[in-house]
Design a protein around this ligand. Structure first.
Ligand code: ADP
Length: 728
């Protein structure tokens, strides 16, 4: 069988299959019937082409020509319904196609001139005109379409249709002696397929995806053909070996080639889409690092704003009672503040079912239902549309747990375009909401751990406070009992001594309580730009005699480029005094105290570079006792006989209130080092929660005032063990 006949038969079968698939589906609209008719006429035309090829003679020739002249009638009818354009121009075309078809049919059926070159030319011109004209209208409609995707789709359709018509017409050139390969058949089938997808899919066909797949397929087919050709050549005409070699090479090449080709196509042709893909990918990475719900809203909205693909965006999170969703943040005009679960049930049920809702899909469904007259479902769809409208959304995506619970809603719209997000882009956004739902789960877990830590810290603090109060109370009671006892036991000196004890212990109680109050009611002091080096120098001058008395050598290493920090200078001195005194007390037999400062720069979660001033206080003592390593910054944790255990917790509060962090570590065999990091003045204002220089440890602490005091007692330390806290 000749190749043209073969391809015609295949095309006839495929066109028929497409025609049948459309009519057997439920909820048929008029456009579906007309499409089916159009596909059916194409099938008939191919069938008669095939038959006239295998059985040359008058009958099939005439039948083939008849099918050809009927084709535009079905075509024009279908395109009119497809683009919903019943203008005078389209009606004229429709009428002209009918008149021409009837005239030409009469000529073909009743006269012997059907084979004449004049009739053939008339059929040819009529076909070309009647197929290309409606396609030109489709193209024009595509150019004026309000929506980007709709416009692109119509233009592509018209283009593929035009090519298909041109090449199919070129098939007729064989009648004037010009034989070209049956490219038209392949193009016609592609055209039918694209049309088929366009009328059946609720959401328009993603042309990026289609073009990408076609390109990959073409590239791979040519590669395979080439490899096959080479291996046939090399093996001298055998079949088995070349097939195996070609199959192996293709299997090896398929994935890398596909990825590469898809990337290239995205970046070269679909720049906008490529950029969006990259923006969403980087946003996903950012969301993956978020631990607080507020930061999540901030990160997502920030990232979407930077992508410049939305004009409206809003994020809602479910409330504690799970009765509705509260607005956590938005871009563009403020949408509704809250979406209640009860009135928004239809909307939320649909989200629970599908993960996302696209306004355009709902509109289409509503349109179809109007035709079918299903009022109840139409009412539901109408409610969904109203909810989308209230949230200013053309796409709404659920941030959903695996269990189905909806944690939040991400609503987007680009008002510059009606359907700004293609199915592929919605898919990308679904990846983002999946990541966001993980972040919500993590943040819930994190809050839980924080609460647990807070309660544990509170417990320790209460125990510490009780201990601090009970000791002096015991001493006061014993002294009072002594003074209250029989006269014989008391002499003047003893009375004096016990009264002194009572006064001292009351003072101590007072001190503990004021420190505690300072801790419980933190003050920010008067933050201003403070020169860290100057503060360290002045404070160390003050502490010089104390160090000398304890046989401690002081080494200062202050880097001149250490930036200024935003903090109350007195509070900064307070921190340094606490750290130095602890170090001096730890080095019972003397040693070396090193205080150094330097500039630190670090890239933050959001990619911005931040500068920090770092202050290190190191000693050559025994290091921090292992047993208190994990609770070092908890109030009342002390290993000293008369320590309050408030020095470090107060220092921690001061530093974190200023947006910085403090951490402690034991250097192997060389004592303890405390590292304080504070944001450089220019960054301190922009400093957001979560952007602290160090993370981990969730110990809470606060307050200003109170210098840690007491005698040294600390013993033994763990090597390179460290504890770290940061502002959250
Ligand atoms: P206090 O000094 O009143 O005990 P702090 O909160 O200042 O309270 O310190 C808590 C505990 O941390 C100390 O009791 C001590 O065991 C330990 N510590 C602090 N600094 C050092 C250091 N430089 N070397 C060893 N241990 C230290």
């Amino acid at each position: 069988m000749e190749i043209r006949a073969q391809t015609s038969l295949i095309a006839a079968v495929l066109s028929l299959a497409i025609a049948v698939t459309v009519v057997i589906r439920p909820r048929r609209l008029r456009v579906h019937w007309l499409f089916s008719l159009f596909a059916f006429s194409i099938a008939c035309w191919y069938l008669t082409t095939f038959l006239s090829g295998v059985q040359p003679g008058d009958l099939w020739r005439r039948a083939n020509l008849l099918c050809a002249v009927m084709l535009p009638v079905a075509g024009v009818q279908f395109f009119r319904a497809f683009i919903d354009e019943y203008t005078i121009w389209m009606s004229t075309l429709h009428r002209a196609s009918l008149v021409m078809a009837l005239t030409l049919s009469a000529l073909i059926i009743f006269t012997p001139f059907y084979d004449h070159i004049a009739v053939a030319s008339a059929v040819f011109s009529y076909l070309l005109l009647m197929l290309v004209a409606p396609l030109a209208v489709v193209y024009q409609r595509g150019r004026n379409a309000p929506s980007r995707i709709e416009g692109a789709r119509l233009r592509y359709l018209a283009l593929v249709g035009g090519l298909a018509a041109t090449f199919t017409m070129a098939d007729y050139l064989r009648y004037v002696g010009l034989d070209i390969p049956p490219v038209g058949t392949v193009l016609t089938l592609i055209f039918l397929y694209v049309l088929y997808q366009s009328i059946l899919r609720y959401r328009l066909l993603d042309l990026y995806e289609l073009a990408g797949r076609l390109a990959v397929l073409t590239a791979l087919s040519f590669t395979l053909a080439f490899i096959f050709w080479v291996s046939v050549r090399v093996s001298g005409g055998g079949f088995f070996l070349p097939s195996v070699v070609a199959a192996m090479v293709v299997l090896l090449l398929f994935d890398p080639v596909r990825t590469k080709v898809e990337e290239q196509i995205s970046s070269l042709i679909f720049r906008e889409r490529f950029d969006f893909e990259r923006a969403v990918a980087s946003l996903r990475r950012r969301v993956g690092r978020v631990l607080e719900i507020d930061d999540l809203a901030h990160a997502i909205l920030d990232g979407l704003e930077q992508s410049r693909r939305v004009t409206h965006a809003s994020l809602y999170f479910v409330d504690r009672e799970e009765k509705g969703y509260n607005l956590a943040g938005s871009l563009g005009p403020t949408p509704v503040q809250r979406i209640e679960i009860a009135p928004g049930r239809a909307f939320l049920d649909r989200l629970r079912r599908d993960d996302h809702i696209v306004l355009e899909t709902v509109e289409r469904e509503l349109e179809e239902l109007r035709g079918a007259g299903d009022d109840l479902e139409a009412e539901t769809l109408y409610e969904i549309m109203q909810s989308l409208e209230a949230a200013h959304a053309s796409v709404c995506l659920a941030i959903r747990a695996e269990s189905g619970e909806i944690y939040g809603l991400l609503c987007l719209r680009d008002e510059r375009l009606r359907d700004a997000f293609s199915p592929e882009e919605v898919q990308l956004l679904r990846g983002l909401t999946a990541q966001a739902s993980l972040a919500v789960e993590n943040s819930r877990l994190y809050q839980h751990i924080k609460e647990r830590d807070r309660l544990a810290a509170l417990g320790e603090m209460a125990a510490g406070l009780a201990h601090e109060i009970r000791n002096p109370l015991g001493a006061i009671k014993a002294s009072a009992q002594f003074l209250h006892g029989p006269d014989a036991e008391r002499d003047e000196r003893a009375v004096e001594e016990f009264l002194g004890i009572i006064i001292d212990e009351v003072d101590r109680l007072n001190r503990v309580l004021s420190s505690f109050l300072d801790f419980a009611r933190p003050s920010r002091g008067n933050p201003s730009a403070a020169d860290m080096n100057a503060t360290v120098e002045r404070t160390m001058q003050l502490l010089g005699p104390e160090c000398e008395a304890a046989n401690v050598q002081v080494a200062l290493d202050l880097h001149p480029d250490t930036p200024n920090v935003r903090i109350d200078v007195e509070q900064l001195r307070q921190v340094l005094i606490n750290l130095v005194r602890n170090a001096v007390q730890a080095m019972e037999r003397g040693g070396t105290l090193t205080v150094s400062t330097q500039l630190r720069a670090r890239r933050d979660v959001d990619g911005a570079s931040r500068r920090w001033a770092e202050m290190r206080v190191g000693d050559t003592g025994p290091g921090i006792p292992q047993k208190i390593m994990s609770t070092l910054f908890v109030p009342f944790v002390t290993t000293k006989d008369s320590g309050t255990g408030l020095g470090l917790s107060i220092s921690h509060r001061i530093v974190t209130t200023a947006g910085g962090s403090i951490d402690a570590r034991n250097e192997a065999g060389s004592g303890a080092t405390f590292v304080v990091r504070l944001p450089a003045t220019e960054d301190a204002v922009a400093q957001r929660t979560g952007a602290a220089p160090a993370s981990a440890g969730a110990t809470e602490g606060a307050a200003s005032g109170a210098v840690s005091e007491g005698k040294s007692e600390s013993r033994s330390g763990a090597d390179t063990e460290s504890v770290r806290t940061a502002n959250r």
